[in-house]
Design a protein around this ligand. Sequence first.
Ligand code: MLT
Length: 408
Amino acid sequence: MVQLNDNYLKLKAGYLFPEIGRRVKAFCDANPQAAVIRCGIGDVTEPLPAAVRDAMHKAVDEMGCRDTFRGYGPEQGHEFLRHAIAQNDYRDRGMEIADDEIFVSDGSKCDCGNILDILGHKNRLGITDPVYPVYVDTNVMAGHTGDSDENGAYAGIHYLPCDASNGFVPAVPSEKLDVVYLCFPNNPTGATATREQLAAWVEYARANRTLILFDAAYEAYISDPAVPHSIYEIPGARECAIEFRSFSKNGGFTGTRCAFTVVPKNLLAATATGEMLPLHPLWNRRMSTKFNGVSYIVQRGAEALYSAEGKAQIRALIELYMGNAAILRAAAQDAGLPVFGGVNAPYIWVGTPDGLSSWDMFDRMLTQAHVVITPGSGFGSHGEGYFRISAFNSRANAEEVARRIRAL
Ligand code: MLT
């Protein structure tokens, strides 16, 4: 008899964003006249930059000509894109990352989940709370946890609480952990980690042979020159960290799909018998077995983000979204709410008023202000009492949301 993966049955009701989508649809169906503005999921709203579109048009034409047509590409990504990434994002900024340490993919969400393929099943996991739910759910699916308790916390995960008292940046624990997920600038809190805080994590990881899975999907939103953009800015991080990056939030690729993972060749992990071996060949093997690469057209589009025009167009997009963030932050502050993030990140993390729960605040915002936010408790029990506003929107919508927050 065929058996299913019982681990899926441990998952809580539904993935956060589909659940929000379900509730919003029910409200909109019942109230078709409501002008609902979505500040929930962090999905970009502005069109693809012109440099990307031009490069993609050209690539489409190449695909239409026998001499320049391409079939299967390298599973790890085309050389031209791996080189552009390693050069611009790393070597030009003083970090030693080789082209073949870059693996191009169709998204950081996928990479964060897929990376578990090359890790063992007995690792002690450290995961921040609140957190991007993918890190938790993929470990549940892989059978790395027990059941969840009444607060939604899974047995087998060491939660690293993040709240206002630690600036939403977890201190290194006294326990030995084998795999730790860090995300900075943070989704959902919008917090950033200082160089010293990341250095403490790298020191901890090297001392304990811990692997840091560093999600830097929002690094382009950092404006403070003192804040690191990459874990590899910290000496020693090549020996203990994998980094995930994405073109979704800087180049507007949420619907186009392109991202990458950096796996340094000197990053080692233990076999069952304790021998230390590099992870790079395993990830290479995983990608070439289970993935056929991102489309050539999309990779040419991503490459164009590194041209002078592409860089300027990214800057303009980020200025727009961060201008929205400033408008939304100010509105939440004027409403007398505790406000965090939204300075080096496109997410504003806001305390709920009057002791409301996160989901009650979600309902109040939806039914009274016709604004979709994300309930903080959807990111973990320490997110209870908060909600997240996404700054990904048009300027007109951000201004309208600010007006509605002040009026609420
Ligand atoms: C979010 O809203 O947290 C993000 O859009 C989710 C994602 O990038 O997958």
